[in-house]
Design a protein around this ligand. Structure first.
Ligand code: IYR
Length: 227
């Protein structure tokens, strides 16, 4: 049975314009320094930083507020090794056989290849799963029935954006890695049939000698239009 909406007052703080500009510029400046990092230190990271960032991700808007996501935080070295071996096997096949020349050419400036040492080096790997549909247990019989999820791709994409921003603001480096296909992650992490791996995110401090490709973002004039 559909439930009626229940409202509460909005918790909203109106900023004066000076403060709004200050915060907005500070955030923009900080975010502009985020880079995808592929060389991680094995130095440990306080778990509370990960937990806090996942809380931020979980606060993201989602279709019908269904929150169609699960964040699996992996620090167990044996599981990380298993994920690295499986990811590298898929990636080797992709780089050597499955990806088109056009795709390889597009990636050339990034210098990526099938080797994924960061899956073992980074102290945490967050694997984000998208719940393609929901599962609900019947209160009396315990029988599980499925129900539709709306806009789950968009919702999980937004939540991952929140997650990357929160981790960056906490001084941590991240990489969005999408080995393809990602089915092996469901198996290794024992996820139910309604969940699909969406992205694998190594999280940690960059290695002391970490370097990144010298690439840049499009200028505002190229990405924003005013009408
Ligand atoms: N998944 C591969 C290939 C790859 C694809 C894109 I699109 C990138 O922006 C980067 C890499 C890999 O992770 O190496």
């Amino acid at each position: 049975m559909p439930s009626k909406p229940v409202y509460e007052p909005l918790d909203f703080e109106r900023l004066d314009e000076t403060e709004a500009r200050r915060r907005s510029e500070r955030f923009a400046r900080r975010m502009s320094r985020r880079r995808s990092v592929r060389h991680f230190s094995c130095e440990p990271v306080p778990f509370e930083l990960i937990e806090s960032a996942v809380r931020v991700a979980g606060s993201a808007p989602s279709g019908a507020n269904q929150q169609p996501w699960t964040f699996v935080v992996v620090s167990d070295p044996d599981i990380k090794r298993e994920m690295r071996i499986a990811a590298e096997a898929e990636e080797k096949e992709s780089y050597e056989r499955r990806m088109s020349q056009e795709w390889l050419d597009a990636l050339a400036p990034l210098g990526t290849d099938w080797r994924k040492p960061h899956i073992e080096d980074a102290p945490y790997i967050i694997v984000v799963f998208r719940q393609a549909y929901g599962l609900r247990a019947n209160r009396d019989t315990g029988e599980e029935t499925s129900y539709r999820h709306y806009y789950s791709e968009e919702s999980v994409g937004i939540a991952v954006g929140f997650l990357l921003a929160a981790l960056h603001i906490a001084g941590l480096a991240t990489l969005t890695h999408t080995p393809s296909p990602m089915k092996f992650l469901s198996e290794i992490l024992d996820r139910p049939a309604n969940e699909r791996a969406f992205v694998l995110i190594p999280v940690g401090y960059p290695a002391a000698d970490a370097d990144v490709p010298a690439i840049s973002k499009k200028p505002l004039a190229e990405i924003m239009l005013r009408r």
